[in-house]
Design a protein around this ligand. Structure first.
Ligand code: 13P
Ligand code: SF4
Length: 331
């Protein structure tokens, strides 16, 4: 007999002290089962404030890990421990190499303030925390960089070169990317690691031109993980929650083409929205989690044999926590 996953998930949620969390990029059927949804910052804040001892996180690895780091007493399980491809572009040794790059070019280590995008492994966040740095997300990067600049130090921004450059541009700061042309840390305010999101690289100026030609009044709204030339050509750029708010605040007749992950954009179809790409911009790892995975994870708690638990070693928790808490303290 086949299992009615939705009914079983509802039953398990009622019977267990568990909170189901989902990012906007999750498949619709998984997203609908969540108690908590939001962008990366909202998910971190809401999970920290939540009182249930169990968290089942439908998202990518760094998201579940971040909950474990800011609330180590919680048991965090992930139906699929799927990694964000951008987060995998940097590890602790690449981080050290980036610091060395700056030191070799005349910036003393104590004059470097590292900021890591939340899309990074806890080991990278720990390195950042140990150096007095902090985490940012796409919704608070402006504030966090502003705060970072108060230190008078050079900012090393990892791993997303696009986010680093986009916020540098919006703040009138000079940025460069390690490994891309001449990147002299003495000449730039923000020195970026060369990571990127392959999903958000799909959006092109041709896509924007296509929509603007077809619908001259259309608005273009994109995520700041897009290339700087796309963000510059767009009408709005923001985190997933900020994109949803932007679209919901528009006149319902206003057409808007959105440059971010497909599942989120598709959910807003009734709002006169278009996917800003001829290629379906799906995040493969976000899409890995199925309703069956969610059911099996909840069932494993009921059976007393939890699966896919997120474990972070105490040293990493200690320093990654510093970097995350420094961010959460900034309202
Ligand atoms: P948000 O914090 O905007 O939800 O972004 C997460 C992400 O991974 C975007 O690709
Ligand atoms: Fe990572 Fe890009 Fe997927 Fe976001 S869309 S989780 S940055 S790979």
């Amino acid at each position: 007999m086949s299992i009615d996953y939705k009914a079983e998930i509802e039953r398990l949620k009622k019977e267990l002290d568990v909170t189901v969390v989902a990012h906007f990029y999750q498949r619709d059927e998984v997203f609908e089962m969540a108690d908590i949804t939001g962008d990366s910052l909202e998910l971190a804040r809401k999970c920290q404030a939540d009182s249930n001892p169990w968290v089942v996180f439908c998202g990518v690895g760094f998201m579940g890990q971040s909950v474990k780091v800011i609330a180590p007493h919680k048991r965090v399980l992930m139906p699929k421990v799927a990694d964000c491809a951008m987060a995998r572009m940097i590890d602790a040794s690449y981080f050290d190499d980036s610091v060395d790059y700056m030191v070799e070019r005349g910036i003393a280590k104590e004059n470097i303030l590292p900021i890591t995008y939340i899309n990074s492994d806890a080991s990278v966040k720990a390195k950042v925390g140990e150096m007095g740095g902090l985490v940012c997300t796409s919704s608070n990067a402006f504030k966090i960089i502003e705060k970072g600049l108060e230190s008078g130090k050079k900012i090393l921004f990892v791993p997303d070169r696009c986010l680093g450059q986009n916020f540098a541009n919006s703040m009138g700061l000079k940025s460069c990317v390690i490994g891309e042309g001449e990147c002299d840390p003495k000449e730039a305010d923000i020195i970026c690691f060369n990571g990127f999101c392959s999903v958000h690289q799909l959006f092109t100026l041709d896509d924007i031109a296509f929509y603007r030609e077809r619908y001259p009044d259309i608005k273009i709204a994109v995520h700041p993980e897009c290339d700087p030339k796309i963000v510059e050509a767009a009408d709005f750029s923001g985190s997933t929650s900020q994109l949803i708010k932007y679209v919901n605040d528009l006149d319902p007749e206003q057409k808007v083409a959105i440059g971010t992950e497909y599942n989120l954009v598709n959910r807003m179809r009734e709002r006169n929205t278009y996917v800003l790409s001829s290629t379906k911009p799906e995040c493969p790892t976000m899409n890995e989690t199925t309703l069956e995975d969610l059911y099996l994870t909840l069932k494993s708690i009921e059976d007393g044999e939890p699966i896919n638990e997120i474990i972070v070693d105490p040293h990493t928790v200690k320093y990654a926590n510093l970097a995350l808490e420094r961010m959460l303290a900034i309202k």
